[in-house]
Design a protein around this ligand. Structure first.
Ligand code: HEM
Ligand SMILES: *[C@@H]1O[C@H](CO)[C@@H](O)[C@H](O)[C@H]1NC(C)=O
Ligand SMILES: *[C@@H]1O[C@H](CO)[C@@H](O)[C@H](O)[C@H]1NC(C)=O
Length: 426
């Protein structure tokens, strides 16, 4: 107050009034600033939350699909609507979408039904999708993931893929195996010729009717068997070039295996149910693998011994190639177990794909397939069997047609051509 006594009251009051006006002003400014600041921070907070929400929503959402149960996901629906791939396909048609997400257990299964999108997964983003899931069937098939085909991305896959690409299925190697493939193609024609003449193959009263499924499956595996083991038959075979009981069992097991690789298997998504083997896949796959090993392992083991004892020095088939591969220090590239496993992985037949997990056997596979079609068309005139209205194209609950293709085969070349094949076989 001393200072105020020095101040003229008017002035003082002025000052006071000024100062009170000022303080009111300052106060108001303060309030204003606080309000603004509060508003600002609220806005900031709000907008950051908003942008967070926005970011979350601009982060691509999962593709549409059925709402999953807790823990189980959509496994109950999948189970009720087997086969699962048909259910997923129907679902996508209902949702009118080319991409869908079905949660099975903890796994988001993304299904794609359009070639453009499929190419994005397999080619454009193949680095992202270069791995393969761990499943019951693939673990058994790959002897614990030491092969190439179904193996998760990693050092083992890189090693095996590199070896197959550069050392095993090169251009020159495919050419080297031509003679073996030709022998099997001759064999196929011989078998079909025999059937086309046999009255024993009468179906619906027509002679010369051929089960094309059996013939082509046996040819496909026969070619691989010949290239891999330089062997036509595991047992005695048949005089007409057809499969013996051993070959039928071997081919049956391979196709069983093929149908179960990446088939929807409940315990792949709910591992705690594995002991129940609800769909029976584990039993089926283990038994098929036993059959395959029963025929192949003795051959592989004997051959490994031949090389070890120095009884063989030059590769004569793919098995020899696998066994004799050496690294730069002269050590074997593949272990015995890797040889045994790889021999099975390569006896696989479906459509080729693309990208870094694409089929390494495209050249060989199409060569074998084109040769098959060539021989079928060159050697025979094909028609619908007498008394059959049309070919039944309906699907089975698998990748196969519901019924095998039966067709009438009429030889169209000079008989001496077929006889020359008979002679070269004996
Ligand atoms: C018509 C014959 C063939 C078809 C239709 C075919 C089809 C396929 C398909 C669809 C894949 C991709 C599998 C995946 O995405 O995981 C594949 C991979 C593979 N194929 Fe073939 N294949 C055929 C013949 C062959 C042959 C003759 C060989 C070897 C001798 C072979 C060796 C492989 C290998 C090693 C892979 C695994 C590649 C990898 O995962 O890195 N295929 N094949
Ligand atoms: C298959 O491979 C052989 C040897 O490399 C080649 O001479 C032949 O033309 C090929 N055939 C087809 C149909 O690609
Ligand atoms: C056809 O095969 C049978 C054995 O399955 C044989 O007895 C018969 O001689 C063969 N016929 C011809 C024409 O090759």
């Amino acid at each position: 107050m001393e200072s105020s006594s020095l101040v003229d009251p008017h002035e003082k009051s002025n000052v006071l009034s000024f100062s009170s006006a000022e303080s009111a002003y300052i106060f108001m400014a303060f309030v204003f600033i606080i309000v603004i600041a509060t508003l600002w921070s609220i806005t900031l907070l709000f907008s950051s939350t908003l942008s967070k929400i926005k970011r979350a929503s601009s982060q691509p959402t999962l593709p549409p699909g059925p709402s999953p149960w807790p823990v189980l996901g959509c496994v109950p629906e999948m189970w009720r609507n087997r086969p699962a791939y048909k259910w997923v396909h129907r679902l996508m048609q209902q949702l009118d979408t080319d991409i869908a997400c079905v949660r099975l257990g903890n796994t988001h299964v993304i299904a794609v039904s359009n070639p453009e999108l499929a190419r994005e997964f397999l080619k454009k983003h193949d680095a992202v999708f270069a791995s393969r899931p761990l499943t019951m069937a693939t673990r058994i098939l790959s002897h614990g993931y030491i092969t190439t085909g179904v193996v998760p991305w990693g050092e083992q896959w890189k090693k095996m893929r590199r070896i197959l690409m550069s050392d095993v299925f090169s251009h020159s190697r495919v050419a080297w195996l031509l003679r073996k493939r030709t022998e099997e193609a001759d064999n196929l024609v011989r078998f079909l010729y025999n059937q086309s003449l046999q009255s024993a193959t009468i179906i619906n009263g027509a002679a010369g009717v051929v089960n094309v499924r059996t013939a082509t499956q046996q040819y496909s595996v026969g070619v691989m068997r010949r290239m891999m083991f330089d062997k036509r038959f595991f047992g005695k075979g048949r005089d007409d070039g057809g499969p013996g009981q051993e070959e039928e069992e071997h081919v049956g097991a391979l196709f069983t295996m093929l149908l179960h690789v990446y088939a929807f298997c409940v315990s792949d998504y709910l591992p705690w149910l594995r002991w129940l083997d609800l769909d029976g896949h584990q039993k089926t796959v283990s038994e098929a693998m036993k059959v395959i090993n029963k025929y192949q392992d003795p051959i592989v083991n004997d051959r490994i011994r031949l090389w070890r004892d120095g009884m063989r020095k030059e590769p004569e088939d793919l098995l020899d190639v696998f066994i004799s591969l050496k690294d730069s220090d002269g050590n074997p590239l593949l272990s015995d177990e890797e040889v045994r496993a790889q021999v099975t992985a390569d006896l696989r037949f479906i459509s080729f794909t693309t990208g870094r997990r694409g089929c390494i056997g495209v050249g060989l596979g199409s060569n074998v397939t084109v040769m098959l079609l060539g021989r079928l068309v060159q050697g025979f005139t094909w028609s619908i069997p007498q008394g059959m209205e049309k070919i039944d194209l309906s699907e089975a609950k698998s990748l196969f047609k519901a019924t095998p293709l039966y067709a009438h085969a009429k030889p169209r070349l000079n008989p001496c051509v077929y006889f020359s094949l008979l002679k070269s076989m004996s």
